[in-house]
Design a protein around this ligand. Structure first.
Ligand SMILES: Nc1nc2c(ncn2[C@@H]2O[C@H](COP(=O)(O)OP(=O)(O)OP(=O)(O)O)[C@@H](O)[C@H]2O)c(=O)[nH]1
Ligand SMILES: [Zn+2]
Length: 331
């Protein structure tokens, strides 16, 4: 059997970072892998020993606390099986480094976890009739509210005649978010945004249906791995082609991308602890604010704002933080 260091090295392209986990935990579980796909209660799990099929245990299946159920992107420990074609029961989900969540539909106070262990979010929006400043801002905020940075991809640049006007309209809502007009069918336009990824770094793509998320993955994988469909001619709306979440390893281990089904709208879920963690550096000086109940918005004598404004990158972060609070208070 391979020793543990070899094992971790072979899992690194999938994003495994042993330092995140208690080493005792890892010794306890010999078969560790990352969930790449979920179809109801069946999972595909990439391990150092190839792709395994896995299932929930009986106990997990009836677990009321759905937030702890395995999702795509999770690192899980699998039980061994005696026969090759048997499903591996998922013994445990390793602690998550991050998770993309949204507010569950129909219930304002229920979190729906979507995908786990991300480094950033690619928000994808079309430059066709899909283009909507308000919607784009909410998708960006969906990333920020999970403590994750966002990168904005504007697809269908080849079909757009007023890119500069649209870029100018976006300026006030970006708050430091890098933005790239792209043609998903032309890989040369994807080099720059992909530079945000590297071996082991994982991004999830979110956006409306029909904006080209699956087309981008196919382009990068050089195959028709994901199904795609043309949008409706009269309003450019997508047909909700992708119905599952799937994690793909880019060629030459240049990073990982998770495709998600198109969302009608961004339902923002505010992960307070993650928000505080992402903006902790800014909030370090909050004790120096004039008022002890300072919200760090437009409060007089706010040290957080004053300190943040000194540099472009911290000013952008403060703008994100401030927008999140506004959006939160408006819900
Ligand atoms: N010309 C052009 N067509 C694009 C571009 N991106 C996507 N398309 C086309 O738009 C249609 C929809 O693309 P998909 O990749 O299926 O969209 P999706 O975001 O994955 O949609 P869902 O799976 O429904 O969420 C396809 O016909 C693509 O060929 C682009 O940048 N330029
Ligand atoms: Zn303050």
């Amino acid at each position: 059997m391979t020793n543990q260091r070899d094992l971790f090295t072979s899992l690194a392209p999938l994003g495994f970072d042993a330092e995140h986990y208690d080493s005792k935990l890892l010794v306890q579980y010999p078969l560790i892998g990352r969930i790449t796909r979920q179809d109801r209660q069946r999972f595909s799990v990439m391990t150092a020993d190839g792709l395994k099929r896995a299932s929930l245990t009986q106990g997990q299946r009836f677990d009321k606390n759905r937030g702890t159920l395995p999702i795509v992107g999770d690192w899980v420990a699998l039980a061994q099986t005696t026969k090759d074609d048997e499903l591996h029961p998922i013994q445990t989900v390793l602690p998550r480094v991050s998770v993309l969540s949204r507010r569950a539909s129909g219930d304002a106070n229920l979190e729906q976890t979507l995908v786990a262990n991300l480094d950033l979010i690619f928000v994808v929006s079309g430059l066709d009739q899909n283009f909507n400043i308000n919607r784009i801002e909410r998708f960006l905020a969906m990333a920020w509210s999970c403590g994750l940075p966002a990168v904005l991809l504007l697809s269908k640049v080849d079909q757009c005649t007023d890119v500069d006007t649209k870029l100018a309209q976006l300026k006030p809502i970006l708050r430091g978010t890098p933005v790239y007009p792209v043609n998903m069918l032309d890989p040369t336009t994807l080099f720059q945004p992909l530079a945000h990824l590297s071996t082991g770094r994982c991004a999830a793509m979110i956006g409306s249906s029909g904006v080209g998320k699956s087309t981008m993955l196919n382009q990068l994988l050089g195959s028709n791995h994901m199904a795609t469909q043309p949008v409706r001619a009269f309003d450019d709306k997508g047909r909700h082609t992708t119905t599952h979440r799937e994690l793909c390893l880019l060629p030459d281990a240049k990073g990982l991308i998770i495709d998600t089904p198109g969302m009608r709208e961004a339902q923002i879920w505010f992960q307070e602890a993650r928000i505080q963690a992402r903006y902790a550096e800014l909030l370090r000086v909050e004790e120096q604010c004039r008022f002890s109940d300072c919200l760090h918005l437009d409060d007089p004598g706010c040290s957080v704002r004053a300190q943040a404004m000194r540099q472009k990158d911290t000013a952008d972060l403060w703008q994100q933080y401030r927008r999140l609070i506004e959006l939160h208070d408006a819900t």
